[in-house]
Structures are given as C-alpha cells and as structure tokens.
Design a protein around this ligand. Structure first.
Ligand code: MN
Length: 239
C-alpha cells in the first residue's frame, strides 16, 4: 500500500484551487493509502482552534472522512500552523507527530521534518521561531481577540515576505551541516522535508554512505505529493 507525503499546502480561502485539489485528493487517491503525512504549513495561517468555528475550513470534514475510512493521517506542525491543537486533531482525525520524526517507509528508515530548523543560517528567523514556540508566548497570544490574532498573523506573513526578499538565496535554504547533523542523530540515510519551497531530490554522501534528501514543493501554483510504495518514490501532480 502506498504512503503519501505532502507539505506546504498553505491552504487559504483566497486560493480555493488548492483547497479543491486537496479535498479531491482526500476523497480520491488518499483512500487507497495506508497513511498520509502532512509535514507542516497545511494552512497559510492558523491563529487558534476557534478558527474551526469562525472560518469552517472545507478540508476539515474531508480529513475526518478519510480517517474514518482507515487511512492514518499524521500531522507535523510547520511555522504557519503550530497553533493547531487538540480540537483540530479531534475535528480532523489527524494524529500529531513531532518534528523531527523517524518512520519506516516501505522498508527505508526515513527522517521527516518540516525543514525550518534546518535553515540554521537564518539567525533572525531562528530567534523568531524560539519566541513563537514558547508555551508562555502562545498562551498570551491565544488570549487575544480573534481580530487581533488575525492582524498579527497577517503582519507576520508580510514581515516574512520582506525578510525572504532581503536575504541572500543560501540563507533561506537548508544548511548542509544542519542536514548532516539531523540525519546522523536520527541514524538515517533518507530525509524528507518541505518549508523551503525548493522541490528536489538531492543525493550526497553521508559518512561514506549514499544518502538522499527529498524536498517537497509548495501548493501556491501547483499541487503535488510524494508517493512512496514498494516500487519506490515518485512525485505526483494533484491538479
Ligand atoms: Mn514553512
């Protein structure tokens, strides 16, 4: 049975095509899968589980229906959706997995990550990440009004676009020493991540053995997933 890995869908009511493609995937090919892994940034922003009542995202029911059919749905937080909590998990049937996470995918021990922690040359971003992952910061944020939280999420997004545009290309990509260290610590020769929006399949040597790093693409212009089965790994288009 196949396993699908997806990342960086950045679902947003402003881009209904991505949501449509995702729902079609959940109601179609995903049904035949043993499991799907969502590696973060499922939505453009998530300001708390009360978004379930206010925005009523269409994909929530489709995720729940899929989990009811027996396909396991594993969800890793990214830098846009780290405030998805217990209510979101209940409403969708998703099970959270930590970042990093090691799993056997069709016989190959594989490290799954969102990817932002690998961008260790981006010191400004890593400082921001530490702040927003602090439980005290999150508690204070969740106590703000819905309108204030949305305004803060939008301004963080604008700030991130500005930051990305200002940095040299290499700063915004993963650092190879960080990749090597993460793979070494996990004892793997295969890493799958998203976040950088630079899809690719990189092969290199790690401590004298062949290793690979597969980077998932984002869903801003196209929709894609990684399909893994006994035959191997393929990128598939979903739109
Ligand atoms: Mn990200």
């Amino acid at each position: 049975m196949a396993t699908f890995v997806l990342s960086d869908l950045h679902l947003n009511p402003e881009r209904p095509r991505s949501t449509d493609a995702f729902v079609k995937f959940l109601r179609g090919p995903a049904r035949a899968a043993a499991a799907i892994y969502l590696l973060g940034d499922l939505v453009e922003y998530w300001v708390g589980d009360d978004m379930l009542d206010i925005e009523k995202p269409e994909f929530v029911a489709a995720l729940h229906d899929l989990s009811d059919t027996g396909t396991a749905i594993y969800l890793m937080h990214g830098n846009r959706d780290f405030l998805m909590g217990d209510r979101f998990a209940q409403a969708t049937g998703c099970q959270y997995i930590p970042d990093p996470y090691v799993v056997d995918l069709c016989g190959e021990k594989t490290l799954l990550m969102h990817g932002d922690t690998l961008c260790s040359d981006d010191v400004e971003y890593q400082k921001f990440r530490l702040q927003v992952r602090d439980p005290a910061w999150q508690k204070a944020f969740l106590q703000k009004s819905y309108a204030d939280r949305i305004a803060m999420a939008r301004s963080a997004r604008t700030e991130s676009v500005r930051h990305t545009a200002e940095q040299p290309e290499y700063i915004m990509d993963v650092s190879q020493p960080a990749v090597d260290a993460a793979m070494r610590a996990a004892g793997v020769h295969r890493l799958i991540h998203g976040h950088t929006h630079r899809p690719g399949h990189h092969r290199f040597m790690l401590d004298g053995s062949p290793a690979e790093r597969i980077v998932l693409g984002d869903w801003y212009k196209t929709a894609s997933a990684l399909r893994i089965d006994e035959q191997g790994i393929t990128f598939i288009a979903l739109d």
